[in-house]
Design a protein around this ligand. Structure first.
Ligand code: SF4
Length: 329
């Protein structure tokens, strides 16, 4: 997972797309250092970039003059999520393990490129748990990035890193921001003439209680869900089956249906009404569950009051139809 780059950077930065990480990178660039930023993606964050990585990196380069590479952590991440060493947060978010994984990956890059520092946009006290001073120190220790990890926005409140001690990075030009307020960052952005920075985005889907609950259901089975399973969970109504890793999803509206059709591959059954427009249903499971999926599809469609409804399905190159008969009163 080492990105191909033309010139080795002096500093690596984690790029979250938010203002803080942009500022952190700009602060270091202004000291004349070559920075290469990394954005990690998984089905839970940043996955909209998947398949458009080059375009996204070009946009970041032209908007912020930041060199960026995208690293997809999905495989390792989905395995880690089954049993994170440091447990889950309030939902199904394995924040400590997640941060350790990203920083460990950044450390490997730093070693490979002989970069002197890893920069993040973290601010002491900005988040209740993960940006508490003691947690920040713990994460450094566990990811083996002590002395390497530099947070330019809060650096003056933290122990100097090796790059500051060696004089490569001038500590005097770093900051002492802390807490949840955004004013110092906004003022700094204005001073740097950064106007078109993104507003705080939705962030990590694992902190969304509804979505996290769906993901957790799939993880009740020993098998690790696929990225496609998890991407499908982002849309429609979700019905887990007896085997917890199997499910039915019914699109709620046109957009859901489009996204479900775009996401489901040959491993899933795709169902629709044969004789009228209506929702799309996705079934992950066995053929014997087709009547149940068809019945749920009927109930969530305009055909819900009809006595007999024909539903067509396909699964890879296989296809067929079935008729759902409703018992008469
Ligand atoms: S909120 Fe999500 S992306 Fe952020 S540290 Fe936690 S698990 Fe990782």
């Amino acid at each position: 997972m080492i990105p191909q780059i033309t010139e080795k950077p002096q500093v690596i930065a984690l790029f979250s797309q938010g203002l803080d990480s942009i500022l952190a990178i700009k602060i270091i660039q202004q000291q004349g250092l070559k920075v290469h930023a990394i954005k990690f993606i998984t089905p839970f964050f940043g996955y909209e970039i998947k398949g458009h990585e080059a375009k996204f990196c070009d946009q970041v380069k032209s908007t912020y003059a930041i060199d960026l590479s995208i690293i997809d952590l999905t495989d390792d991440y989905l395995h880690m999520l089954a049993a994170p060493q440091y447990g889950y947060g309030k939902n199904f978010n394995p924040c400590l393990d997640c941060k350790i994984m990203m920083l460990s990956q950044a450390r490997i890059l730093a070693e490979t490129w002989q970069a002197a520092s890893i920069v993040t946009g973290e601010v002491v006290g900005q988040r209740p748990f993960s940006q508490r001073r003691d947690t920040m120190r713990r994460i450094e220790k566990l990811s083996l990035t002590e002395g390497l990890l530099l947070r330019p926005l809060s650096a003056k409140l933290l122990t100097p890193t090796k790059a500051e001690e060696s004089g490569l990075i001038d500590r005097e030009q770093l900051f002492d921001f802390s807490g949840r307020g955004r004013k110092p960052q906004i003022a700094l952005a204005e001073k740097m003439k950064l106007t078109n920075y993104p507003t705080p985005a939705g962030g990590c889907l694992l902190t969304d209680p509804g979505f996290a609950k769906r993901v957790k259901t799939l993880y009740q089975e020993a098998e690790i869900p696929t990225a496609t399973d998890l991407n499908l969970l982002k849309f429609g109504r979700f019905y887990p089956l007896d085997k917890a890793s199997d499910f039915i999803i019914i699109g709620r509206h046109h957009d859901d249906n489009q996204q479900l059709l775009k996401t489901a591959d040959h491993n899933y059954f795709i169902l629709h009404l044969a004789d009228m427009a209506g929702p799309i249903a996705i079934l992950k499971g066995n053929k014997k569950e087709l009547p149940l999926a068809a019945e749920k599809l009927r109930r969530h469609s305009k055909a819900k009051n009809l006595r007999s409804v024909k539903v067509e399905w396909r699964h890879g190159s296989e296809s067929g139809s079935l008729t759902i008969e409703t018992a008469q009163d």
